[in-house]
Design a protein around this ligand. Structure first.
Ligand code: FES
Ligand code: FES
Length: 159
């Protein structure tokens, strides 16, 4: 059942946005309808992580959020990480094949580095376990995160 659209305000990639949303609308759909198509619908069931975004710095599957729930939250999507070192490390290590899972992995890896800038491989694997790569490029993804840790890329941002 659809209710009348309502207005929410939310900060996305540093900009306050006013969006019209329906009560049962998924935030993944809201983002994509607003032109932010980096978050991908894979399963829409919370299982694959291809729709991962950061909500108040925590990685969350956008398909598991109602748009009404993100009112006044601080959202980061992959569009907010363009040309950041984490993207370049994925390129450098060839940590993508078809690329469908990649935005979710990059955001999740970015969050991992913010929370655990010295993560060991076991921590990386556990943290990234919420994402699925159907092309099975898992080792290259770990290699990209390891590269960032070895280069101390994220220490300066961590408090
Ligand atoms: S599309 Fe959201 S977890 Fe798969
Ligand atoms: S690169 Fe194709 S699903 Fe991961």
């Amino acid at each position: 059942m659809n209710h009348l659209p309502q207005t929410i305000q939310v900060q996305i990639n540093g900009q306050v946005k006013t969006l019209m949303v329906r009560q049962a609308e998924l935030f993944l759909d809201t983002l994509r309808n607003a032109g932010l198509t980096g978050a991908k619908p894979g399963c829409k069931n919370g299982d694959c992580g291809s729709c991962t975004i950061l909500v108040d710095h925590i990685p969350i599957q956008a398909c598991q959020l109602f748009s009404m729930e993100v009112m006044d939250k601080n959202i980061m999507t992959i569009e907010g990480l363009i040309d950041q070192t984490v993207q370049k490390a994925f390129e450098e290590k060839w940590a993508l094949q078809c690329g469908y899972c990649t935005p979710g992995y990059i955001l999740n890896a970015y969050a991992l580095l913010q929370h655990h800038p010295n993560a060991d491989e076991e921590t990386m694997k556990q943290w990234l376990d919420s994402n699925i790569c159907r092309c099975t490029g898992y080792q290259e993804i770990i290699d990209a995160v390891t590269l960032l840790i070895d280069r101390n890329e994220y220490h300066e941002h961590h408090s």
